[in-house]
Ligand binder design. Structure first.
Ligand code: PGA
Length: 240
């Protein structure tokens, strides 16, 4: 695990964005695993700027998102489908058929998990971008998730719902379930880039890097992967 500490969120976003830019330039038909949440916003902004400057094209890039809430239609302002369109997809030349996000609308969740998993297993993600939950989750793989898990229907922990309440009007509005890539899917990526910002992440970052490798801290599974880069701002690195 390569750990890079930078001064602040802006530097973190530029560093992560530059690493993804370098990959797209060296492999224009790469497959990216994408994350949602507050942390990657600056990284996506950086990519949009590089696209607008003519430095990169995403026309041959494929993307696979980590997760999607159940209980929200895709048109809901807080669905991850909307998040990705609002913050990245609509601003770049990514082709609609190359964007993949778990579908949680209608249908049977198990078959939706199975079809996303089949799609994921038909490719190899070159770079998986990750945030980390304050409880150590990656994707929506909450503490206790077996490392062998593939795409599954997950129940969000109370901590995750409280953390994500800031995007909704009330805790009751925060979905209770989601479809997420499993830890096994995440570990199948060729490389992994985890970004964390702020003092609220210092504890889980320290556990991920220095604590035991345990299913109680899902991000600790990343220590079993040979090519992981972690970019932290000074606050997230405070307990290292
Ligand atoms: P955040 O979420 O970027 O909104 O802090 C990270 C995560 O839950 O993975």
């Amino acid at each position: 695990m390569k750990v890079i500490t930078v001064r602040d969120y802006n530097e973190l976003s530029a560093k992560a964005g530059q690493l993804i830019t370098d990959l797209i330039r060296s492999k224009p038909d790469c497959t990216l695993g994408l994350a949602t949440g507050g942390t990657p916003l600056g990284t996506y902004q950086y990519l949009v700027e590089r696209y607008r400057a003519g430095d990169i094209t995403l026309k041959d890039v494929q993307t696979f998102n980590l997760d999607e809430y159940c209980e929200l239609p895709r048109c809901h302002p807080q669905s991850y489908y909307r998040f990705m369109h609002d913050n990245l997809f609509q601003h770049v030349d990514l082709q609609a058929e190359n964007m993949h996000i778990p579908c949680t609308e209608g249908g049977d969740p198990q078959s939706q998990c199975d079809s996303y998993n089949t799609l994921l297993n038909s490719t190899t993600v070159d770079l998986q971008l990750l945030g980390i939950g304050s409880n150590g989750h990656i994707g929506f793989c909450e503490p206790g998730t077996p490392f062998t898990r593939e795409t599954f229907l997950t129940r969000l922990s109370d901590k995750t719902r409280q953390d994500n309440q800031r995007f909704f009007n009330s805790l009751e509005e925060v979905p209770t379930t989601a479809i997420t890539m499993g830890i096994k899917n995440i570990l199948q990526a060729r490389s992994i880039l985890l970004i964390a910002s702020g003092r609220g992440k210092a504890e889980c970052v320290a556990q991920m890097i220095n604590g035991p490798i345990t299913e109680q801290v899902p991000a600790s599974a990343l220590r079993q992967h040979p090519n992981v880069t972690v970019i932290l701002d000074q606050d997230a690195a405070a307990l290292l």
